[in-house]
Write a protein that binds this ligand. Structure first.
Ligand code: FES
Length: 130
């Protein structure tokens, strides 16, 4: 799949697809192991063609749709600033990683956030609406 900017390799490097359902957790999907996303890093997940950015901020995991609401930039590739904000690599909008809320122009609308929890070594994410 080509990236927003046409970059194939960057998308492939960050992408994993997961279909495994966590046992007994029908509303949550395993999207990573804790070791795969060390503190201060992020990972792109794709679930049913929905791009999800998974972030680890100091051991706390957060997930939201990987689409900047300004013009579709890949937030998973953005830099973390001020400890909990991600800056869109395209035009510099900032989003609160904890909530998906846009906090700096040129974006105004939030991106869709998903609940995340850790069970053992697994990172589980609320399944996106079908
Ligand atoms: S696409 Fe993100 S700031 Fe423009």
């Amino acid at each position: 799949m080509a990236g927003v900017d046409g970059s194939q390799s960057l998308i492939d490097r960050h992408t994993d697809k997961f279909t495994e359902k966590a046992t007994g957790m029908s509303d949550y999907i395993k999207v990573a192991t804790v070791d795969e996303v060390p503190p201060g890093t992020s990972k792109l997940i794709e679930i049913d063609e929905v791009r999800i950015a998974l972030f680890n901020l100091n051991g706390e995991f957060y997930a939201f749709e990987d689409v900047c609401t300004h013009d579709g930039g890949p937030l998973v590739e953005g830099e973390i600033v001020d400890g909990h904000l991600v800056e869109c690599p395209r035009h510099g909008a900032r989003f609160d990683v904890r909530t998906g809320r846009a906090v700096r122009m040129p974006a105004f609308e939030p991106t869709t956030a998903y609940a995340v929890r850790v069970e053992g070594d697994d990172v589980l994410m609320e399944a996106p609406a079908a």
